[in-house]
Design a protein around this ligand. Structure first.
Ligand SMILES: [Zn+2]
Length: 108
């Protein structure tokens, strides 16, 4: 399950954060103790900092569609995010998000 979430989200889902998925935590949108399932539609990647921010402040989020999130800031603003398209091919390092080729080359 965690691998699927890492492949889908690939990095922290907080707007303007790009901590890579392997350094993020898998977080339940609806907390497990409140009955939230451990399923792909209820899990996202958040880095440690943003996971703590969400738990300790008025930030919240909803899964609008699978993989598409709506974040609500403490001031009431909403930001919708979705994962970048998946890529394949060689990765040469650096921090660019658009490295490699699109993953649909693997789906044909
Ligand atoms: Zn983050």
């Amino acid at each position: 399950m965690r691998r699927f979430i890492q492949l889908r989200d690939r990095e922290c889902r907080q707007p303007a954060c790009s901590v890579p998925g392997h350094r993020c935590e898998t977080d339940h949108i609806i907390a497990h103790y409140k009955g939230g399932p451990t399923s792909q539609n209820n899990l996202i990647l958040l880095c440690k900092k943003h996971n703590l921010l969400r738990q300790r402040s008025a930030w919240s989020y909803d899964h609008v569609k699978p993989g598409i999130l709506a974040f609500r800031t403490p001031t009431g603003h909403t930001h919708t995010t979705k994962p970048e398209p998946m890529t394949c091919g060689r990765f040469s390092g650096g921090s660019g998000r658009r490295r490699g080729r699109r993953l649909d080359c693997l789906l044909r």
